[in-house]
Design a protein around this ligand. Sequence first.
Ligand code: BTN
Length: 257
Amino acid sequence: MIQRFVYDSIDSTNQQALRLAENEGANLAPFLVLAKKQTAGKGRAGRQWESEERGLYFSLYLRPAVQVDKASMLTLVMAVAVAKALAKCVESQIVDRELTLGIKWPNDLVLNSKKIVGILTELRLDNKGYGVVIGVGVNTNQETFPKELDDKASSIKRELGISILEEDLLKYIEEFFLQEYTIFEKEGSLFFLQKTYESLLVNKGKEVRVLDPKGEYQGIAKGIDETGQLLVEVQNGEVRRVYAGEVSVRGLYGYVD
Ligand code: BTN
């Protein structure tokens, strides 16, 4: 098991991981920061991440042996690991229902078209190379959400009516992630994960709107390439590669569909 730093409450597990890593990152890695709740949970694009108790909030700090420009692919590796772990936890309780859990590119996990997992990866260069923090928030057992999130976000509990143990979920996430990470470090590419990722991709085969600051366009999402870029076929048959850092992707009518 990866070494853990556990808190009842913390501002943000990502922030805490970065603080712990500041002086000793290279010696401490890999380690995991886990909190029952966060008082300043960070989301992507400077947004806040709702982090009351009854969710799973953790950050994994790593010193990957791949070039720094490949580190962002780890977000997709984590998304697959979390999806597999959630499926394992849920399937042990619900046998006769197919789980409609999927990944909205690049790394949001959705259930019944609502977001239940967010992942925020942050990178820090230092004099020994670089370290990366992969922060994961899973809405496990929350029963209510603030009004403004109510139609977009949900939890396993609300969607499926079951409670899952955060401890079990984290154990499975660690297991699946480490299996995939070992291969990723060796290969430096997502080639090995492409098919699995695409089988979970809710956008696959669907019309998407690409919100590119240089100009919005529509097309059909075909899958991902070996670096994790989304492949979008536009009307003239050209396939464009969409890099997650620059743009976001939406369904035609909403967040997913
Ligand atoms: C998103 O906007 O989708 C990313 C959300 C990431 C939230 C997690 S919760 C644990 C970790 N600590 C943080 O402050 N953020 C991440």
